[in-house]
Ligand binder design. Structure first.
Ligand code: FMN
Length: 306
């Protein structure tokens, strides 16, 4: 069974922001976490409308900062900024399938189709920083191009230290079951990603030669999921976890934005519980943060100390 430092939180754009990572950390002090993907353009230009461009990572433990882009010089520049901000390693996105990234910007999953450009980016980033560099990729572009091992070999040649492999192609997006290949022949450690939910999934990944596992959607509304998979308990009072996560969201984004940003989290936390659809409808119409706190307390039956 893998230990905590081999059970990673996946990068989830719009989800694994600093407030969510903070609540994950309370359950999982040792696990490696990866940030949401950060645009190298936005970071280098220090776009003010994107708070994550100004995050500091010194107090976040084992945290990798994920960048995406298609320009090797800008990617290297972005990696240096994140190293200076306290990231413990740099992760390069080579799997994002959305058209804005993969087809229009020649970044993310596009790099699986252009190993030359991928190699230039990886070499530039590895040269630019003193911390480890990893990549996160998929099996290939589609089922006719399952060439992840070629890309991993290029990565190893560029000095990339490890890779996360999502067991789907770009064409599959997030549909169908993830299928993990055997990685015993890979030249660098590979972290298994895709539909890892329980200890038998972890054992399966281990038997295929993986060096760890990475959990994405299993964390939605379940910031304790990394510790749970390693045998930890689910918290007794989930309402208090939700309230704390909301507090962290308010601290980071301010009360007005936090109410909007938190709607999706409230939906995930309540998913599957009795009366959750009515709860979601009410939460989606709330604009005042104190009303949101009251609604959360009422739903989970916890005390509100305002
Ligand atoms: C909402 C959402 C956002 C995602 N954002 C990113 C991202 O920023 N960078 C990345 O490499 N992968 C991203 N992914 C992919 C996940 O990291 C992961 O590879 C995928 O969800 C499969 O793992 P899972 O089955 O454990 O969720 C995202 C996935 C989802 C559902």
């Amino acid at each position: 069974m893998f230990s905590n430092n081999q059970i990673f939180a996946a990068p989830l754009a719009g989800v694994t922001d600093r407030p969510f990572r903070r609540i994950i950390r309370e359950f999982s002090p040792e696990n490696p976490l990866v940030t949401e993907m950060i645009s190298c353009h936005s970071l280098v230009a220090a776009h003010k409308n994107c708070l994550r461009n100004f995050d500091r990572y010194d107090d976040e433990g084992q945290i990798g900062a994920q960048i995406f882009g298609a320009d090797a010089t800008l990617m290297a520049e972005a990696a240096k900024i994140l190293q200076d901000a306290g990231a413990k390693w740099i992760d390069i996105n080579m799997g994002c399938p959305v058209p804005k990234v993969a087809t229009r910007a020649n970044a993310g999953a596009y790099l699986m189709r252009n190993h030359k450009l991928a190699g230039e980016i990886m070499s530039a980033v590895v040269r630019a920083v003193q911390i480890p560099v990893s990549i996160k990729t998929r099996l290939g572009w589609d089922d006719k191009h399952i060439d992840w091992l070629n890309l991993i070999n290029v990565a190893a040649g560029c000095g990339v230290q490890f890779a996360a492999l999502h067991g789907r192609t770009r064409a599959q997006l997030y549909l169908g079951n993830a299928v993990l290949p055997d990685v015993h022949d890979a030249p660098i450690p590979i972290i298994a990603n895709g539909d890892i939910r329980n200890t038998s999934d972890v054992a399966h990944a281990e038997s295929l030669g993986y060096a760890g596992v990475m959990i994405g959607r299993g964390l939605l509304g379940r910031p304790w999921a990394l510790s749970e998979i390693a045998g930890g308990a689910v918290p007794d009072n989930i309402g208090l976890v939700v309230l704390k996560h909301l507090e962290y969201t308010i601290e980071y984004y301010g009360a007005r934005s936090a109410v909007m940003m938190f709607r999706k989290h409230a939906a995930w936390y309540s998913s599957g519980l009795p009366n959750s659809s009515e709860f979601r409808v009410r939460v989606n119409s709330i604009t005042d943060v104190n009303d949101l706190k009251r609604e959360i307390c009422e739903f989970w039956g916890c005390e509100l100390n305002m």
